[in-house]
Design a protein around this ligand. Sequence first.
Ligand SMILES: Nc1ncnc2c1ncn2[C@@H]1O[C@H](COP(=O)(O)OP(=O)(O)OP(=O)(O)O)[C@@H](O)[C@H]1O
Ligand code: NI
Length: 369
Amino acid sequence: MAEPLLRVENLKTQFFTESGTVRAVDGISFTVDEGEIVGLVGESGAGKSVASMSLLRLVENPGEIVAGEITYKGQTIFGLEEGPDGEPRERAEMLSEQEVRQQIRGNEIAVIFQDPMESLNPVFTVGGQLREFIELNRDLSKDEAKREAIEMLREVGIPDPEDRYGEYPHQFSGGMRQRVLIAMALACEPSLIIADEPTTALDVTVEGQILDLVDDLQEKYDTSFIWVTHDMGVVAEICDRVNVMYLGEIVEQAPVDELFHDTHHPYTNALLNSMPRPDRTVEDLEAIRGVMPEAVDPPAGCRFHTRCPDAREACRRVHPEPAEVARDGEYVHRSACIKHDAFDVGYDESAPLEEAPQLTTTPERGEDR
Ligand SMILES: Nc1ncnc2c1ncn2[C@@H]1O[C@H](COP(=O)(O)OP(=O)(O)OP(=O)(O)O)[C@@H](O)[C@H]1O
Ligand code: NI
């Protein structure tokens, strides 16, 4: 198999705070191939945004990437080796801060955030900002950059782009602003776009339109995406492959159809059961029980065991790494749950953990229990 566009291996990012070390991203590995949309999905606090920021080395104090490898088109965005004193040190071929800024960010890997108002300056016109961005990043004159900006606005579905060019961000609706950010991300023709919940604040109809747009643009430009979301519905609509994150770890990794139809991790299952679907009534929705523990002090063993309906004694002891549970062509389906045969650590013989009281369930009407 050809080398993937992006390879992330055992990435760990931590925040050194007064209340302790926050293990925000705790040893994740995944790849992105050319032309793929890869999802990072999980509840709030799972580490999706920190993982995304780490890929561009945009983690800020008191945060730090402490381990792992990030390789993009054969270049080392991050990589450590053992130094002569036994301490880890940056590898010689690791890109410098300046190289990441000049060669990678924007040009090769672009980002789209949830809140366009953070990325757009309210005192400048939308067109002006887009033009300046294009002028700075590509070798174009002011006039050429303006023509290109209008073309990009048209491309992302802004009606009457010549007229809207001179308007200010507040004159655009939320969905239209998000389209502008997509235009900006595409402006330098990057190979990879990281989209961190860009549709979360939008209503469902507008969200659907944006997802359709991204699908079209992806096909046209063959851009790869990392799509960050907490919404399995969005995953189903847009992703080719998915990484499910829980408390800083990837607990399940699979092509999207596999993930939905041959789910191998109880947490993925819980996420799917909490998701509204056309074939389900609102009463059928099950909230995931309990809340995610703090990343400063994650539970021993499987981190999900405190909330897991399938948890047994062994889950308190064993901390599973994702293991191959199935294979779909070239893509491996991995799950980090010891109830599967890929693990042989005594799950079957071990006693179920006491069920936490189910606060939300009411007796089913007319159904066998
Ligand atoms: N600057 C920071 N200082 C300390 N802890 C941080 C900082 N930024 C993030 N964290 C912690 O890192 C963990 C992962 O956060 P992250 O923002 O990546 O989650 P997320 O999956 O993106 O959640 P959301 O869906 O809410 O955006 C959380 O426990 C969070 O509190
Ligand atoms: Ni986030």
